[in-house]
Design a protein around this ligand. Structure first.
Ligand SMILES: [Zn+2]
Ligand SMILES: [Zn+2]
Length: 296
């Protein structure tokens, strides 16, 4: 599923802050402690935990960050929608008890479970797969955000495919007959909820083309920015060098912060932690705007 991706961005592979990493609380393969330990092994300035639509891994990450002395930015990658285009938003350093944001997460999780169950039902017409087979692939139980990678893992475990990518290619990619579209809040709704919770809202990989046929236009990004957006994740392997130049110009025009992250998933994806990072002065600004502190 990632075969066509370009090599990583130049000049941002220094030992900065990697603000976009996943643990087994979503579709990563490592525990939050494993995530923190990887950042320590690499000597990064700091690391972010940004699982999909949940902050369930935060407590374990904080314990590990304090134990191993690795600065930690707590966040979440939130699935959103712009005119039918699937957009990921990074919400960083927000208050996790905020009722508006908690409601948004609860609704998203309900919709995700319904969608996943429907997709498994569709698959079961041709493959003997059940919901229990998918839940069996989930490392952290009920708290995990179940996604298509878990269905793929179940298909692999049952011997239908060699690996996740093959399972995606043949069964659960967007164009397959088994696919069920995501119901997501609009990007502006997500920005407003993150801001309500005192957090920092950033569009993740704004020019990533793996999820959609088209990428966000300047006008669409400007419209999301009008809701109070803080920044764009410019430095990410899914943004081509040309797109990174475009996004840098747009960020300047719209007065937005520019961040970088690897989108590390442990062994679940080829992305290497630290391959893209965020400058320390941007991290300082993010902390100044956030409702909660960086763990140091
Ligand atoms: Zn993403
Ligand atoms: Zn991600």
């Amino acid at each position: 599923m990632t075969d066509h991706i370009d090599s990583t961005a130049q000049g941002h592979a220094a030992k900065g802050w990697d603000l976009h990493c996943h643990s087994a609380y979503s579709d990563g393969t490592e525990t939050p402690e494993g995530l923190v330990l990887e950042a320590k092994r690499l000597g990064l300035a700091g690391v972010g935990i940004t699982d999909h639509d949940t902050w369930a891994g935060w407590d374990e990450a904080v314990t590990a960050a304090e134990r191993y002395g690795v600065p930690l930015v707590r966040g979440t990658e939130i699935t959103a929608d712009v005119d039918g285009t699937c957009v990921h938003m990074l919400g960083l350093l927000y208050d996790p008890t905020d009722p508006v944001l908690c409601d948004l997460f609860a609704t998203t999780r309900e919709n995700r479970v319904k969608r996943m169950k429907k997709m498994v039902e569709n698959l079961s017409a041709d493959y003997p797969i059940s919901w229990d087979d998918v839940v069996g692939q989930v490392k952290e139980g009920e708290q995990t955000t179940i996604g298509r990678p878990h269905i793929a893992d179940a298909m692999v475990a049952m011997g239908f495919f060699e690996n996740r990518s093959e399972a995606f290619k043949h069964t659960i990619n967007k164009n397959s007959k088994y696919y069920v579209p995501i119901v997501s809040p609009s990007a502006k709704t997500v920005v407003k909820a993150v801001k309500h919770a005192g957090g920092v809202a950033i569009i993740a990989h704004p020019a990533g083309a793996t999820r959609n046929r088209s990428i966000l236009t300047d006008e669409q990004i400007a419209d999301v920015a009008s809701a109070g957006l803080d920044g764009l994740e410019v430095f990410h392997r899914e943004n081509s060098p040309e797109q990174q130049r475009r996004l840098l110009g747009l960020a300047k025009e719209l007065n937005l912060l520019t961040t970088g992250g690897s989108d590390w998933h442990g062994s679940g994806k080829p992305n290497l932690m630290g391959e893209n990072t965020t400058d320390p002065d941007v991290v300082a600004e993010i902390e100044a705007r956030g409702a909660i502190a960086i763990i140091r």
